[in-house]
Design a protein around this ligand. Structure first.
Ligand code: D41
Length: 678
């Protein structure tokens, strides 16, 4: 072989290897070579192409960011229009949708008993069209108004999840695919972090960030953004035999090397659609991408043809929206809520608004730094967000709608609950009531509620209403008095019958037998959260040792730094706390003595190992599993990393499972976990 022949062959091999590595990494989320190896191959190819310019091909992996900035975007006409989607907002709308389909198909004498649907998450990104001639990417365009979009070929080429060259053998002479370009939530977070660090304006949401990234005139800018894409339909196509169903088309797109959403499902009838909607709505906050609903498409392409289009939307598809997570409303007033540690949180009283599926009339402003950063004032029109079960928050002010008269928000000088002075420690974002739970009823109520909460003493029936009543009636003025309550006192409370009083007393009695970790956590020592409490309990084994520990002994414990240590020392140095703890023990609060170190209660399979729990567990609640793992000497964390020893995957496990697989973390089923625990 001559030298130029050799170079040509080497370049070809390198291109194949790089394309394959790209596909593994960006489409399958399953990298199979290390980054450094990719870089080596990439640089070798680039060098070869520099030395032999005749070897350079337009679709070489080195040419993704080849183009220079353009002056403006060219217009592109979609020969097959990009349709829009009709909307459904309720279950009834979905049943109506199915009903319309059946009626229409009956007329054509093709009505099936039960219609099969392809159900897909509806990504909140930007619709694009990408065209291939003889397997090569030639053009990409935005959806625009559906008939004309903008040419964004140079930007789309920078997305490594988009093949420049179709994979496989069965390549049509012409193929147009359509999909949604979006920013994964993690990518959005990283991008905003970078912008903030550079003192630049952050993007409001992943959708805006994706749109802004695609509309860059310089592809080098687009290449810096972690954009990706899921394909969801075909556009124009020639010289290729269509399969029978949409889901088969999606399978073929996967074969050609495109990314297709792994959460797509084929379901039966409106009922199947609604189940899909519900299960995805539940998982909404765990998904690695943002969605604003789901899309149902009649799966049979033959039926799609019979149904056709009405104005600009197909009759055979509908978008079933999720409740909006953001809404606009007005701030009527600001109040300050006093938390367990005295922190004063500014809370906006809102003109009630339906958002995230419920009516919201209060939203947190977090702290005064946030109030200033967002420049929120009373009277302002604001965007309120309620995502999942998170407390609703004020996101930003709609400054264009600011009335002439607004009132600035100022921190109080006195606690609204007990009139003690409010202080703000230098360098901290929060202001605090200095009264403490002994003086401030708000702090005491929160402490009491915390003491009885699920992860502390777990007292069933001690909700915030009952806590308020007990404190307001002065039945409980210190934690220990909880254990002196009597039936007569309880039934004298509003909305408390004989039966619920009995039940509450029973669960208070039951809560006396607990664990050292729960008890410590329940005391509500600042900076001592659930996991620190567990570590302390584990390390010291008994309460006396913790009460009498020196600073040195405390900081010797993993994860306990000087601040946490000083909070613990501070807490137990107060005589009121010493008395309280003694009282609680005298009243019968108890926990099993610690196992002797090295004795048989340590579970070897679990002790010292780090676990992550994901998905729905069937046999036990996640909390329960967590408690058991910790009790067996293991650790439970929230996210998968190289330090994770086991991922326990329940039903519908999602991104954490994928990540664990990628990192080669051991994966356990719930049954296997139970096996280890027993
Ligand atoms: O995920 C999406 N955003 C999505 C959008 C999807 N999964 N499927 C879609 N299917 C269509 C039809 C049925 C018209 C092929 C769509 C869209 N359209 C769409 N995106 C923007 C406007 C319409």
């Amino acid at each position: 072989m001559t030298a130029p022949q050799k170079a040509r062959q080497r370049a070809e091999t390198l291109r194949e290897q790089l394309d394959r590595a790209n596909h593994q990494y960006h489409v399958l989320d399953d990298p199979d070579i290390p980054d450094v190896e990719y870089d080596r191959l990439f640089h070798e190819l680039r060098k070869l192409e520099e030395d032999h310019p005749d070897l350079l091909l337009a679709n070489s992996p080195t040419q993704r960011v080849g183009a220079s900035p353009i002056g403006k975007f060219q217009q592109v006409t979609h020969r097959v229009p990009m349709r829009s989607l009709g909307n459904a907002f309720s279950e009834e709308d979905v049943h109506d949708f199915e009903h319309r389909l059946i009626e229409r198909l009956k007329k054509d004498h093709v009505a099936p008993d039960d219609i099969e649907f392809a159900a897909e998450p509806k990504l909140d990104g930007l619709a694009v069209s990408i065209s291939y001639e003889n397997g090569r990417l030639v053009r990409a365009a935005t959806r625009g108004d559906g008939s004309t979009g903008e040419d964004i070929t140079h930007n789309i080429r920078t997305l490594k999840s988009v093949p420049l060259e179709l994979r496989g053998n069965d390549k049509p002479p012409f193929l147009e695919v359509r999909g949604e370009v979006y920013l994964p939530i993690e990518g959005f977070r990283i991008m905003n972090e970078r912008l903030a660090k550079d003192g630049l304006k952050e993007f409001k949401n992943p959708r805006n960030a994706a749109a802004g990234s695609l509309r860059q005139l310089d592809p080098k800018e687009t290449a810096k953004r972690p954009l990706t894409v899921y394909m969801y339909s075909l556009g124009e196509i020639s010289g290729w035999q269509l399969p029978d169903t949409h889901s088969e088309v999606m399978d073929q797109l996967t074969n050609w090397g495109f990314r297709v959403c792994p959460d797509n499902r084929v379901v039966q009838g409106a009922e199947g659609c609604l189940e899909f909607h519900q299960s995805l709505l539940k998982r909404r906050d765990q998904l690695p991408y943002e969605i604003d609903g789901v899309v149902y498409k009649v799966n049979s392409l033959g039926l799609q043809d019979s149904l056709g289009f009405v104005s600009r939307a197909p009759r055979w598809a509908v978008a079933h929206k999720f409740p909006a997570q953001e809404e606009i409303t007005k701030i009527l007033d600001i109040e300050f809520q006093v938390g367990r540690t005295g922190a004063l949180t500014p809370v906006a009283r809102l003109d009630p608004v339906f958002v995230g599926g419920v009516t919201v009339s209060n939203a947190t402003l977090h702290n005064m730094d946030e109030v200033e950063r967002k420049d929120v004032r009373i009277g302002d029109t604001v965007i309120v967000r309620r995502a999942g079960d998170v407390i609703p928050e004020v996101v930003s002010v709609v400054t264009s709608q600011r009335p002439k008269k607004t009132r600035k928000i100022v921190m109080l000088e006195q606690c609204p609950e007990c009139a003690s002075p409010v202080e703000r420690v230098e360098g901290e974002a929060v202001s605090r009531c200095t009264g403490g739970p002994e003086i401030c009823p708000a702090q005491f109520k929160q402490s009491l509620w915390h003491f009885g909460s699920r992860r502390a003493l777990d007292i069933d029936g001690l909700g915030d209403k009952v806590v308020d009543a007990l404190v307001d009636h002065k039945f409980v003025t210190a934690l220990d008095q909880l254990f002196m309550l009597e039936q007569g006192q309880l039934v004298s409370l509003e909305r408390m019958g004989e039966k619920s009083a009995r039940k509450l007393l029973d669960s208070i009695e039951k809560s006396k037998t607990t664990t050292l970790a729960r008890f410590l956590y329940g005391l509500g020592i600042r900076e001592v959260g659930e996991s620190t409490a567990a570590t302390l309990a584990d390390h010291f084994g008994d309460l006396g040792a913790i009460e009498n520990a020196t600073e040195q002994e405390l900081t010797d414990v993993t994860d306990v730094g000087p601040i946490v240590a000083s909070r613990i020392l501070d807490y137990f140095s107060q005589s009121s706390h010493q008395t309280l703890v003694k009282e609680l023990l005298d009243l019968g609060v108890n926990w099993p003595a610690p196992a002797v170190v090295g004795a048989s209660s340590q579970n070897e399979a679990i002790s010292g190992k780090t676990f992550v729990l994901t998905g729905t567990l069937v046999e036990m609640k996640r909390d329960e599993a967590k408690t058991k793992i910790i009790a067996a000497g293991g650790k439970v964390t929230g996210s998968v990393s190289r330090n994770t020893d086991f991922l326990v995957a329940g039903e519908n496990a999602g991104s954490k499972l994928a990540k664990a697989e990628q990192l080669g973390v051991n994966i356990l089923s719930e049954t296997e976990l139970l096996g280890l625990l027993s």
